[in-house]
Design a protein around this ligand. Structure first.
Ligand SMILES: [Zn+2]
Length: 441
């Protein structure tokens, strides 16, 4: 049984994507997938290509979202390989990995029939005394914490895989489920050493940015991730419009991927929290407000540039490493009236990071542009639990688990969180290293 099958995105770890799987894929009976982010599902096409023939269990929304993410990743892999090949030919050298895509669009398509959607809170029997149940993780649409029960020699052990955990009281989706008992917990630690600022008011900040930019007749350009973040921005814009706190500007969601993902959101209203349900009932959906335009074709995207007056354009990629956002930056980044609004983490080495770090001149699509637009950030939009949320989630256990196993964070972050858990609970804690084998008794 394999839990998650993620793609390494960090530059220094990407080499692992090319290594053979640690066990032969044809010997794996099932994959249990927590959610559709690529660092959790991105190697599935490779797993299937290399011989996996079992089922990939995940929630229904994840089964709708993951194929969108995988096809997009495959396309990027193909483009990347092509680009590298050309560059290496030009420079007459070879790179560390073959100049073929990690997997192709065809591989990604071939993996889709293996997805086996299950409902939240419905137990699936995986044979050999093993069963799994998916609960809300509150991270992104369809995200799950997976509780696995193993019956062996008349005894039962439960292992709870947190998946990526979200935060309480976030827009659109429900809060994380909590658990009273489990024998083992495998918990993520992305923000295991950080706390989110709790006093930042997203609505106030966003209203100020929209109003100020509107007065200057500039545009608001928002580089955004397609899953969850884009829909959250729409949620907050809708809220401000309903409260009459901002003028009725046009909002373009200019990303075919974000548009398809928003369609998946609309199909899964059963997963929304109470507030979202109320909005839908009152016909005030954040995915349907006056002025919102879903843009798919390139021609439509180009036409946005001819609109006079303030518009908001939400486009990918989130860290400005590719996608349509680059074209919108070309036309806006040197305009003092416009605002570039960052709503997510910007990794070192990306154009997004360069801009938020205050670069005065940046290179976009082969040309240099002076940065004259206002550069703004909304910090409070993280979809990840911080260390307090993680601890709150763990603390719902009323009995000490046999072990808390801390994974999925930078080493610093995992270690820090391990210390915190030990201090606060006195429970047995482990931080396994890559490739470590652990025996659960
Ligand atoms: Zn995630």
């Amino acid at each position: 049984m394999l839990i998650e099958c993620g793609l390494y995105q960090e530059r220094q770890l990407r080499g692992r994507n090319w290594e053979p799987f640690p066990v032969p894929p044809q010997t794996i009976r099932a994959v249990l997938l927590s959610h559709a982010h690529v660092d959790h599902c991105g190697l599935i096409p490779k797993l299937v290509r290399d011989g996996f023939r079992g089922k990939i269990y995940c929630t229904e929304a994840t089964a709708d979202l993951a194929p969108i993410m995988l096809l997009d990743t495959a396309r990027l892999q193909e483009e990347d390989a092509e680009f590298k090949k050309k560059r290496h030919e030009r420079e007459k050298r070879k790179g560390p990995y073959p100049e073929v895509p990690l997997y192709t669009l065809e591989d990604a398509r071939a993996s889709i029939p293996f997805f086996a959607p299950v409902r939240y809170r419905e137990t699936v029997n995986l044979g050999d005394g093993i069963s799994a149940t998916f609960y809300d993780a509150g991270h992104v649409l369809g995200s799950a914490t997976i509780k696995v029960a193993v019956r062996q020699n008349g005894e039962v052990r439960t292992i709870t895989f947190s998946g990526d955990l979200g935060r309480w009281n976030r827009p659109i989706i429900r809060d994380p489920d909590i658990f009273r008992t489990t024998d083992y917990v495998i918990i993520e630690s992305t923000y295991g050493d950080r706390e989110h600022p709790d006093d930042e008011n997203i609505e106030d900040s966003l209203a100020e940015i929209v109003n100020t930019t509107w007065k200057k007749r500039g545009n608001i350009i928002v580089p955004s991730f397609a899953l969850e973040r884009s829909q959250e921005i729409l949620y907050y814009m809708n809220k401000l419009l309903l409260a009459d706190r901002i003028p009725h500007i046009m909002v373009f969601l200019d990303s075919p991927m974000a548009v398809s993902i928003t369609e998946v959101f609309k199909r899964h209203a059963e997963l929304f929290d109470e507030e979202m349900r109320r909005l839908l009932k009152e016909k005030k959906s954040p995915f349907d407000f006056p002025g919102l335009k879903m843009v798919e074709s390139v021609d439509e995207s180009k036409a946005i540039n001819h609109i006079k007056g303030t518009v908001m354009i939400i486009a990918g990629s989130g860290m400005v490493t590719g996608g349509r956002i680059k074209h919108h930056l070309v036309t806006n980044i040197s305009r003092p009236a416009s605002t570039v609004l960052f709503v997510g983490y910007q990794a070192v080495g990306t154009l997004g990071r360069e801009i938020v770090d205050g670069a005065r001149k940046v290179r976009i699509l082969g040309k240099y542009y002076r940065v004259r637009a206002r550069i703004a950030r909304l910090e409070g939009l993280s979809a990840h639990a911080d260390r307090n949320d993680l601890l709150r989630w763990l603390s719902s256990l009323t009995q000490p688990p046999r072990r808390v196993i801390i994974v999925h964070g930078e080493p610093e972050s995992s270690r820090n969180f391990a210390e915190l858990v030990q201090q606060k609970t006195g429970w047995q804690v482990a931080v396994p290293h890559y490739g470590e084998v652990m025996e659960l008794d």
